[in-house]
Design a protein around this ligand. Structure first.
Ligand SMILES: [Zn+2]
Length: 67
C-alpha cells in the first residue's frame, strides 16, 4: 500500500494493549516511515468471559495523522 500523501510504501504494524488478563485490544494500521501518515485498519478486542474467549473485529475507516 502506498502512502496517499507522499507515495512511499507504507509499513503494516500492530499495537497491542492489555487492560487486564481478561481483556486485550489489538490495533492494526499502516504507517508511512517517511512522513508519518497513518491509516487505521482493524481494531480487534479479545475478552475472556467465564473461561470462554470472545473476539470482536472492527474495521476502522477513520484516518488521522500522527505527528
Ligand atoms: Zn508518506
Amino acid at each position: 500500500m502506498k502512502c496517499p500523501r507522499c507515495g512511499h510504501e507504507m509499513d503494516y504494524r500492530k499495537e497491542t494493549e492489555t487492560f487486564d488478563r481478561n481483556y486485550k485490544a489489538i490495533q492494526t494500521y499502516y504507517k508511512c516511515p517517511i512522513c508519518g501518515y497513518r491509516i487505521n485498519d482493524q481494531y480487534i478486542t479479545l475478552s475472556g468471559v467465564n473461561g470462554s474467549l470472545k473476539i470482536s473485529v472492527r474495521t476502522t475507516v477513520r484516518m488521522h495523522v500522527t505527528k
